[in-house]
Write a protein that binds this ligand. Structure first.
Ligand SMILES: [Zn+2]
Ligand SMILES: [Zn+2]
Length: 194
């Protein structure tokens, strides 16, 4: 497997693809020092990309009315990350000040909710679904804001389970081809037209 040398360490191209070409030497060096991996993520359109060095913190489900509105959903699943370990690697988010001390970040191009940040906190609450691999979060810690929980939330586990292919005609699927940014860092996006 080919490799790339950064500092005095050689990274396999597999590592470079996972950790991304946008990452700085500092990230790799810090990763090497901490013996920990970088985690990447971004918005749906690819205008925003980020990385996290080191382990993710706890993940909670917030049912509060503001998370419902900000995510257009039953609530928000948010993963806590030390702010010092977080960096935007492409673009800057737009923000909405949802209360005196809380800002919510989103992509101004595609609208993806990205994070919640409270003044003075040492951490940022990332929208878990924006991780390139949300499955690295193995479990949730708490449900909070339950005074606003929608009544149908408790029905979710008992609903019929269907794949996309089961709910769409085969002829529909080509029309539904994804324009979404892939779940890894890219040097350029969107790709140049050939
Ligand atoms: Zn976007
Ligand atoms: Zn909330």
């Amino acid at each position: 497997m080919s490799s790339r040398t950064i500092g005095n360490h050689r990274f396999s191209m597999q590592s470079c693809r996972i950790y991304g070409k946008q990452l700085t030497n500092e990230c790799y060096e810090k990763q090497e020092q901490m013996k920990e991996k970088c985690v990447s993520g971004g918005c749906q359109c690819g205008a925003l990309r980020y990385k996290v060095v080191g382990p993710l913190g706890s993940t909670d489900l917030c049912h509060c009315r503001m998370c419902q509105k900000a995510f257009g959903s039953f609530g928000a699943v948010l993963t806590r990350v030390p702010f010092a370990n977080f960096k935007w690697t492409r673009g800057k988010p737009a923000t909405f000040q949802s209360s005196a001390h809380v800002a919510r970040g989103f992509c101004a191009s595609c609208g993806t909710p990205m994070f919640m940040f409270e003044d003075g906190d040492d951490f940022i609450d990332l929208a878990t679904g924006t991780l390139d691999d949300p499955g690295i979060v193995k479990s949730l810690s708490h449900q909070i804001g339950i005074e606003s929980k929608v009544i149908w939330f408790e029905q979710l586990h008992s609903l019929p389970h269907q794949t996309t292919a089961e709910t769409r005609n085969p002829g529909d699927l080509p029309r539904l081809a994804s324009f979404q940014h892939p779940d890894h860092d890219t040097a350029h996006w969107p790709p140049a037209k050939t």
